[in-house]
Design a binder for this molecule. Structure first.
Ligand code: ANZ
Length: 827
C-alpha cells in the first residue's frame, strides 16, 4: 500500500487555498444562515506556538469547515494580541524595539498557523498593536471617558521601585516582589480606573442564556460577588450629625450586636476616637495601611484597637463600643461592620481576644444544645431578641429590615465584590491613554517664555482637568524611545519622552497622560474589528454588527474564565448602551479546550524539558497528523498528556483512508453491499452528531471502524470512499482535498455539501434473541427486530434443541417480547 505523501500534499493544498482564496469571506452572504467561529487570538510570544495552541484552533477549525459544508456562511478570523509586558521584556532582553520583535514574532506565529492548514480568512488579520487598531481602542476609551466610566482616582497600589511598576496583589509576597525579591511599597498613585462596578448587575444578569461551561459561569458570578443584605445606621454618642452605616447579610442578628468595627481607613475613625485612645489608634491605622487586602483577610490572628467611642444601637438604643480592626476592609460594603460574636466566627475570635461581650440570639431550630466555643453561624430561630423572638432566620431578616425601614435607620441593599478596574500601566508597550492636561506656571511667570521639557522649568500639571484628545487626532501613537525600560518614576517611562509628553496649543502648554492601557484593552473588542477590519471611519459598522454578531462559537483556554471574558463583556455592554451593537452579549457559546500536558503528565515547561514543538511533529508526521491526533487524544475539554508514540496510530488510519480512496478510484463500478451501506449510514450519523456536540475523539473512532471495514472489502465502492473523504476532511483537510482530487474532482471540497444519512439505514434491523421452552433456554434465533409472533415461532421451530423439547407436546402459551425473548410454554 502507498504511504500518504503528506509533505508534498500539505504544501500543495495550502498553496491552492491561498491562490483561490478559498476561505475569504469578503461580505456576508445573506442567502445562508451564519456562524461566527472565533478563537481566543494568540499572544505572539518569542517562543512560538506550543502544542496547546493547535488544540483549540483545530477544534474551531473543524467546526468552521463542518459548518461551511452544512451550508452556513462562516466567518473564521484570526489576529494577534500583541501588546503587553512579555513582549516588552523580550525586547529588553534582546536589545531590540518592541515593535520589531512583535512583528517578527507575529510572522513566525503566522507561518506556524498556516502550516497547520487552518481555514482562516487572512484578509481580516489584525494586531492590537496596529496603529489603525490602536486608534479605535483609544476611541472606545474616549466613549468610556465621556460616559463617566473612565476616571482618575488615587488608588493604593503595590509600587516596586526596583522593577519600576505597580504589581498585582498576587505578585507580592511578604512585602517583596515575587520576581527578584525587591521591596514593595503601598502608596497612593493617581490611576485611571474604569467603573466596571456600575455594570455589576448587568454583568451578572447577562450570564443567563449563555451556553458557557458551568464552571466559567460560576467563576464569573463569584468574581462579581452579588450579596443581598441590609444597610443599618448606628448613631454615635456625642455626635448628632454622623452615623456609622454597616452592611450585613444577617440583619436577623441585630439584637446580638455587642460592638461595631471600623476598617482602619474608615473616614470616621479619628472623629470617634477619644483623647486617651488617639495615640494607640493612630499607630494602629498607620501599621494597617501598609498591608494589602489579601494579607489582611487571610491572616489568622485578628487584631484591633478600641477607639474609646460608642455607637448607639438602632433599636435598643444601647451603647456599643466602637473598635478599629483590620479584618474589616475599607473597600467592601460600607467599610464598617456590626459585630455579632455569637454568630460570626471572625467577630467571635476578636471578642475572645479583647474580652468583649458575646450575646446569643439564634438557636438551632431543634433547640439542640449549643457548643459555645465557636460561633453558631447556621440558620435557626431567634431568641433574646424581644419582638423578633421565635422567628426563623429568614423571617427575622425580613422583620428586622422592615422595622429599620419604618425607623428610617436602614433598608435592603445589594453589594458586589467586584472592584473598579485599575486601567493604568506605567509601562511602554501599550496603548497611550488619549488624555492630556493643562499646565500651570508660578504666578507672574510668562508661559510663552517657559519650556516644561527642560529640567529646571517649574510647573504644575493639572491632573484634575483631563482633556480628551480630539477624535480627529487619533491615533495617539507611542513615541519611539531608545530606552523604554521602566524607571523609578511612578508616572511611567513615557514621562521621559519629553518631546512627546509636552506640547503647545494656542500658546498654552499641555502635558500628555503618560500611563498606558493594560494588555486586556485590545482583547476587549477585537471580535468587533474582525467584522470590519479596514473601516477607516468607524470602529465597525452597524451593518456588520447586525449581520455577524454575536459570536456563535468562542474557543479558548479556561485561564480566561474570569478577567478577559468579564472585561470584554463590560466593554460590549457599554457599546450596547451607546447603540453601537444590537446584541446584549458578545459570546453566545464558549468552549474551553483542556490543557495538554507533557508525556510525563506534568504541565509542559522549558525547565522540565517536556515541551513538544508542533514544528517537529509537522515535519516528521504532518499537519493533518498533528490535528487529527490532538482531536483524538480525548474529550476536547479534558486535560490530557501528550504521547508522541500515539501519533503513529492516527497516521496509520490516514494512510488507510488514503489507500481506500486510491483503490476505489481505480476500480470500475462496484455495488454496495447491505452491510457496507448500513455501516456507512451509521457512521455518517454518528460523525455528524459527534461533530455537532464537539465530541471529536468519538467521531474519529467511528471513522476508524468504518475505514477498517472498507479496507476488508475485496473492491471498495466509490460512494463509500467519497463519504469517508468528506467526513475526514474537517479533521485532516489536506488529506481530504487530496482524496477528493483522486476521486476525480478538480475543485476544493470546502463547500461540498456535508454527508446526508438515511435514518432508516441506521437502525439495526436483525436481532438475535434467546428462545426458551418452559422457561429454560434452548437456543437463539436471528430475526427482524419487529418480526411478528408467528415469524418468531416459525424461526424457533427450526432450531434443533427446540424441536427436541417440543416433540409430542402442544404449545399452550407464547410469550414473545420483540427484539428480546421468545418463551414457549408447552405440555
Ligand atoms: C453582621 C453579621 C452577623 C454578619 C453574622 C455575618 C454573620 P458577604 O457580603 O456575603 O461577603 N462584612 C461586611 N462588610 C465587611 C467589610 N468591609 N469587611 C469585612 N467584613 C465585612 O458578607 C457580608 C458580611 O461580611 C456582613 O454580614 C458582615 O458581617 C461582613 F452572624 O454582619 B455580617
Amino acid at each position: 500500500p502507498a504511504v500518504f505523501p503528506f509533505q508534498h500534499v500539505e504544501a500543495k493544498w495550502q498553496a491552492y487555498w491561498q491562490k483561490h482564496q478559498t476561505f475569504r469571506t469578503p461580505q456576508r452572504d445573506l442567502s445562508k444562515p451564519k456562524k461566527y467561529v472565533l478563537d481566543m487570538f494568540p499572544y505572539p510570544s518569542g517562543a512560538g506556538l506550543h502544542v496547546g495552541h493547535p488544540e483549540g484552533y483545530t477544534a474551531s477549525d473543524v467546526m468552521a469547515r463542518y459548518w461551511r459544508m452544512k451550508g452556513y456562511d462562516v466567518l473564521h478570523p484570526i489576529g494577534w494580541d500583541s501588546f503587553g509586558l512579555p513582549a516588552e521584556q523580550y525586547a529588553i532582553q534582546t536589545g531590540a524595539q518592541p515593535a520589531d520583535t512583535t512583528a517578527a514574532n507575529i510572522a513566525n506565529f503566522k507561518r506556524q498557523l498556516q502550516m497547520l492548514g487552518f481555514s482562516y480568512d487572512w484578509d481580516r488579520e489584525l494586531a492590537t498593536t496596529d496603529v489603525e487598531y490602536v486608534k479605535w481602542t483609544q476611541w472606545i476609551f474616549l466613549q468610556l471617558f465621556r460616559k463617566g466610566l473612565a476616571e482618575q482616582s488615587e488608588v493604593s497600589v503595590n509600587w516596586c521601585p526596583a522593577l519600576g511598576t505597580v504589581l498585582a496583589n498576587e505578585e507580592v509576597i511578604n512585602g517583596l516582589s515575587e520576581r527578584g525579591d525587591h521591596p514593595v511599597e503601598r502608596l497612593p498613585l493617581r490611576q485611571w480606573v474604569l467603573k466596571i462596578t456600575q455594570y455589576a448587575d448587568r454583568l451578572e444578569e447577562g450570564l443567563q442564556g449563555l451556553e458557557w461551561p458551568a464552571g466559567t459561569l460560576s467563576a464569573q458570578k463569584q468574581w462579581i460577588g452579588r450579596s443581598e443584605g441590609c444597610r443599618i445606621d448606628f448613631g454615635i454618642e456625642g455626635m448628632d450629625t454622623e452615623t456609622i452605616t454597616v452592611f450585613t447579610t444577617r440583619a436577623d442578628t441585630l439584637m446580638g450586636v455587642t460592638y461595631v468595627t471600623l476598617a482602619p481607613e474608615h473616614p470616621l475613625v479619628l472623629s470617634v476616637t477619644s483623647e486617651e485612645q488617639k495615640d494607640a489608634v493612630s499607630a494602629y491605622v498607620n501599621e494597617a495601611s501598609s498591608r494589602s487586602d489579601l494579607d489582611r483577610t487571610s491572616s489568622k490572628e485578628k487584631s484591633g484597637v478600641f477607639t474609646g467611642g460608642y455607637a448607639l444601637h438602632p433599636i435598643s438604643g444601647e451603647r456599643v463600643p466602637i473598635w478599629v480592626g483590620d479584618y474589616v476592609l475599607g473597600s467592601y460594603g460600607t467599610g464598617a461592620v456590626m459585630a455579632v460574636p455569637a454568630h460570626d466566627q471572625r467577630d467571635f475570635e476578636f471578642a475572645q481576644k479583647y474580652g468583649l461581650d458575646i450575646k446569643w440570639v439564634v438557636e438551632p431550630a431543634d433547640h439542640a444544645e449549643l457548643d459555645q466555643t465557636v460561633a453558631f453561624t447556621e440558620y435557626g430561630v431567634n431568641v433574646n431578641s424581644g419582638e423578633f423572638d421565635g422567628l426563623t432566620t429568614e423571617k427575622a431578616k425580613e422583620a428586622v429590615t422592615k422595622k429599620l425601614e419604618e425607623l428610617e435607620k436602614g433598608g435592603t441593599q445589594i453589594n458586589y465584590k467586584l472592584r473598579d478596574w485599575v486601567f493604568s500601566r506605567q509601562r511602554y508597550w501599550g496603548e497611550p491613554i488619549p488624555i492630556y492636561f493643562p499646565i500651570d506656571f508660578p504666578e507672574g511667570v510668562d508661559p510663552s517664555q517657559q519650556d516644561p521639557k527642560l529640567d529646571d522649568c517649574q510647573h504644575t500639571i493639572r491632573y484634575d482637568q483631563p482633556i480628551p484628545v480630539d477624535e480627529a487626532d487619533l491615533p495617539l501613537k507611542l513615541p519611539v524611545m531608545e530606552d523604554f525600560q521602566p524607571g523609578d518614576n511612578p508616572a511611567g517611562c513615557l514621562a521621559r519622552a519629553r518631546d512627546w509628553r509636552y506640547f503647545q496649543k494656542d500658546g498654552k502648554w499641555f502635558a500628555r497622560e503618560t500611563n498606558t492601557m493594560p494588555q486586556w484593552a485590545g482583547s476587549c473588542w477585537y471580535y468587533f474589528r474582525f467584522l470590519d477590519p479596514k473601516n477607516s471611519k468607524e470602529a465597525f459598522s452597524k451593518k456588520v454588527d447586525e449581520e455577524w454578531m454575536p459570536v456563535d462559537l468562542y474557543v479558548g483556554g479556561a485561564e480566561h474564565a474570569v478577567l478577559h471574558l468579564l472585561y470584554a463583556r463590560f466593554w460590549h455592554q457599554v457599546l450596547f448602551d451607546l447603540g453601537y451593537t444590537t446584541h446584549p452579549e458578545p459570546f453566545q457559546k464558549l468552549v474551553h479546550q483542556g490543557m495538554i500536558l507533557g508525556s510525563d503528565g506534568e504541565k509542559m515547561s522549558k525547565s522540565r524539558g517536556n515541551v513538544v514543538n508542533p514544528d517537529d511533529i509537522v515535519q516528521s508526521q504532518g499537519a493533518d497528523a498533528l490535528r487529527m491526533y490532538e482531536m483524538f487524544m480525548g474529550p476536547l475539554e479534558a486535560v490530557k498528556p501528550w504521547q508522541t508514540s500515539q501519533v503513529a496510530g492516527v497516521v496509520r488510519f490516514m494512510n488507510k483512508a488514503y489507500n481506500i480512496v486510491v483503490s476505489a478510484a481505480a476500480t470500475k463500478h462496484t455495488e454496495m453491499g447491505d452491510e457496507t451501506l448500513r455501516l456507512m449510514n451509521k457512521t455518517m450519523k454518528k460523525v455528524t452528531e459527534d461533530i455537532e456536540n464537539m465530541s471529536f475523539n468519538t467521531a474519529i473512532s467511528a471513522l476508524m471502524v468504518y475505514a477498517n471495514h472498507l479496507q476488508s472489502l475485496e473492491t471498495i465502492p466509490r460512494e463509500a470512499a467519497k463519504t469517508l473523504t468528506l467526513m475526514v476532511s474537517p479533521f485532516a483537510p489536506h488529506l481530504g482535498e487530496e482524496c477528493w482530487n483522486i476521486l476525480g474532482h478538480t475543485e476544493s471540497l470546502a463547500y461540498e455539501p456535508w454527508v446526508v444519512f438515511d435514518e432508516a439505514l441506521c437502525v439495526d434491523t436483525t436481532v438475535t434473541i434467546g428462545v426458551q421452552v418452559n422457561g429454560k433456554s434452548r437456543g437463539e434465533i436471528s430475526i427482524a427486530k419487529d418480526a411478528d409472533e408467528a415469524t418468531a415461532v416459525a424461526a424457533a421451530s427450526g432450531v434443533d434443541k427446540v424441536q427436541v423439547q417440543l416433540e409430542g407436546k402442544e404449545i399452550k402459551k407464547i410469550i414473545y417480547v420483540p427484539g428480546r425473548i421468545l418463551n414457549l410454554i408447552a405440555k
